[in-house]
Design a protein around this ligand. Structure first.
Ligand code: MRU
Length: 361
């Protein structure tokens, strides 16, 4: 995607280093972080320098490649497996991270020769990243077919190109249709507590010139009631075999509202987000994050300095689940890189059975 005339990806490989857009500083500053070791890349995932299911998957794949490159021949498998354990422990919910680790680790171990394993790991990580970008474009094409001129679309959190190698998932159809000249309007929820909607989605849509406005999370019900939402498109962090979908906290609320108001509710995700090993939503691990994300807010002061200020009283506490699960019955269709998929066990199984390099085994 282009920012101020320059093409960027959210994460890319640079001669053994992993380059990441520092998402915690957006929209106020655009900085690139360089991770030279797999430990640094893992820490960047854990600290949410990079976030969004697709982007953390790509970063995780690169981290395994970094581990393979530096693993000694004598201890090749054990070292790569140590790295895999560390990387898997960074964030629990997004399936793409686990898909990427499995994919690159398998490539590293395909030969008994560590030298070949190193090369294969780098190739696999780069292919995973490229596939992720292409999947975004495919979701854009597939999802754009659902859109009509002057539609008003609600989205939640950030599932745009910052959350992927490129394009995004939920925002990809919007970008695709916008580039084709279709007039659309997007409502982006601010997405407390980390405000990915206010900080990232709003910025992305501005960069792309897509007409949009931010709303407080609590305003969504009123918009549905006034009849100004024609469709909802969200991303996903993990989709179970029956279609139950984990996505950013607050997604379930929007799905219930969409059903109440008979508005289609679409979930956009590539194959690497589907987890056939999770029979339903109960099997999806939900990340609990630090209470400070709720108790504080951060942003830029009028003098340009980045500040973090406390909202709640000094002794207050907060519960902070990062994701919720939307039951399959509330999802109209999945927008995937393999086409539109019904939210049923059989449609998902048929989709996952088609061969693809990205599906985690
Ligand atoms: O906690 P984050 O910011 O990594 O959450 C991920 C998300 O951005 C959302 O859940 C998103 O809708 C799916 S990621 C493509």
């Amino acid at each position: 995607m282009r920012i101020q005339g320059q093409d960027y990806r959210a994460v890319w490989w640079d001669n053994g280093a992993v380059q990441l857009i520092e998402q915690r500083l957006l929209p106020h500053r655009l900085e690139i972080v360089t991770c030279r070791t797999y430990q640094e890349t893992a820490q960047a995932i854990k600290d949410m320098v990079v976030r969004g299911a697709g982007a953390i998957g790509v970063a995780a794949g690169f981290a395994i490649a970094q581990a393979a490159l530096t693993a000694s021949s004598a201890n090749f498998r054990a070292s790569v497996d140590d790295a895999a354990r560390l990387i898997r422990a960074t964030r629990p919910t997004a399936h793409d991270l686990f898909a990427a680790v499995a994919h690159v680790r398998e490539a590293a171990f395909a030969s008994t020769d560590p030298a070949q394993g190193r090369e294969a790991a780098v190739r696999a990580a780069m292919a995973f990243a490229d596939e992720n970008g292409k999947a975004g474009e495919a979701m854009g094409r597939v999802g754009a077919a659902l859109l009509r001129p002057n539609m008003r679309i609600l989205t939640h959190c950030n599932a745009g190109w910052l959350a992927f190698a490129d394009w995004g998932s939920a925002l990809a159809p919007i970008y695709y249709a916008h580039r084709a000249g279709m007039a659309l309007f997007v409502y982006a929820t601010e997405t407390r507590p980390r405000s990915q909607g206010a900080k990232l989605t709003d910025w992305e849509l501005s960069q792309a010139g897509v007409p949009h406005t931010l709303i407080a999370d609590t305003a969504a019900g009123s918009l549905f009631q006034r009849g100004v939402i024609d469709a909802v498109i969200v991303g996903a962090d993990r989709i179970a075999a029956n279609g139950d979908t984990a996505n950013k906290i607050g997604t379930y609320t929007l799905a219930v509202l969409a059903q109440r108001h008979r508005v289609p509710f679409y979930v956009a995700a590539p194959r690497s987000t589907f987890d056939p090993a999770a029979p339903d939503g109960h099997a999806i691990p939900i990340e609990t994050r630090n209470e400070d994300e709720v108790l504080y807010v951060s942003g830029v002061a009028d003098d340009g300095t980045l500040r973090r200020v406390r909202l709640a009283a000094p002794n207050s506490h907060a519960e902070n689940p990062a994701f919720d699960v939307t039951p399959a019955s509330l999802i109209t269709r999945f927008v995937t890189d393999g086409g539109l998929i019904d939210s049923t066990v059989s449609a998902i199984a048929a989709f996952l059975d088609r061969p693809t390099p990205l599906v985690a085994r």
